[in-house]
Design a binder for this molecule. Sequence first.
Ligand code: C2E
Ligand code: CA
Ligand code: CA
Ligand code: CA
Length: 267
Amino acid sequence: MDSARYGEEFMVWSDLETAISHAVDHDELVLRYQPIISVRTGALEGFEALVRWDRPGLGLLPPAEFIPAAEESALICEIDTWVLNNATEQAAAWISTHGPRSLTMAVNVSGRHINAPRIRDDVANALRRSGLDPGLLVVEVTETVLVGDVLAVANLWELRRMGVSLSLDDFGTGHSTVAQLSRLPLDIVKIDRSYLDVETTASRERFRSMVDTIRAFGLPMVAEGVEHTDQFELLRETGVESAQGFALGRPLTAAEVDDHWLSNIPS
Ligand code: C2E
Ligand code: CA
Ligand code: CA
Ligand code: CA
């Protein structure tokens, strides 16, 4: 299921759009939360909210099966706003239940939404409704959509002014990678999991040089896709601050997060 296919089969595409729109209105979307861990201490730093569609009769659909179609229209803004509202509410609830901890919540915001004037209100509303400290909300954006877009960059500065942290997602997969680091108001860089290849000396060197490049901009990093302990070792060696991946924690339901990650935390 990709957007190109839906583009060709217009009827199917438009049915999917209608169904996604219905899903947003009828709470068929659900969130999973994946932990982000401090490499140095192993402590929990926060979570990334990842959306799924609990489609009646079809089970849980991963974002790859509906986000690309939603990105063809303003529907993606509705999905992202639903995620913003629910993830900030969840983070605020966890903080109030488990004590005054600095637990961050990262939310993915699509390029189309970052390019829309409404993003400022959508983020402000989520913060006001949830009462979450703006510094604990991390907005993840991808680099490809931001190249050369003046409104998108102005919107990022406005989110920054509101106290929200900005994270550049999937770093290393787009074109003008390094240029973006000085052009955008960023707080964090997420290194794409394709870089976390420890198999050969050359691939380890490639990772090291990527880390050096990002560090030259003074930005803390999250390495994505940590699946093995030898990858975690490379993160320690290179001083990457934070890590995320199946070896450290899978995306979980809120109830599972309560049981596995938050129940033993001293407040
Ligand atoms: P992403 O932002 O890069 O999110 C990380 C993806 O990598 C997630 O897939 C996660 O489950 C997966 N992952 C985490 N650790 C590992 C690992 O160790 N190995 C491997 N192979 N994969 C790992 P998921 O949940 O299927 O999400 C896919 C993409 O969908 C996300 O990539 C993001 O671009 C998009 N997405 C998810 N939620 C939202 C949302 O609320 N709004 C928007 N606009 N996009 C979203
Ligand atoms: Ca992300
Ligand atoms: Ca990513
Ligand atoms: Ca992505």
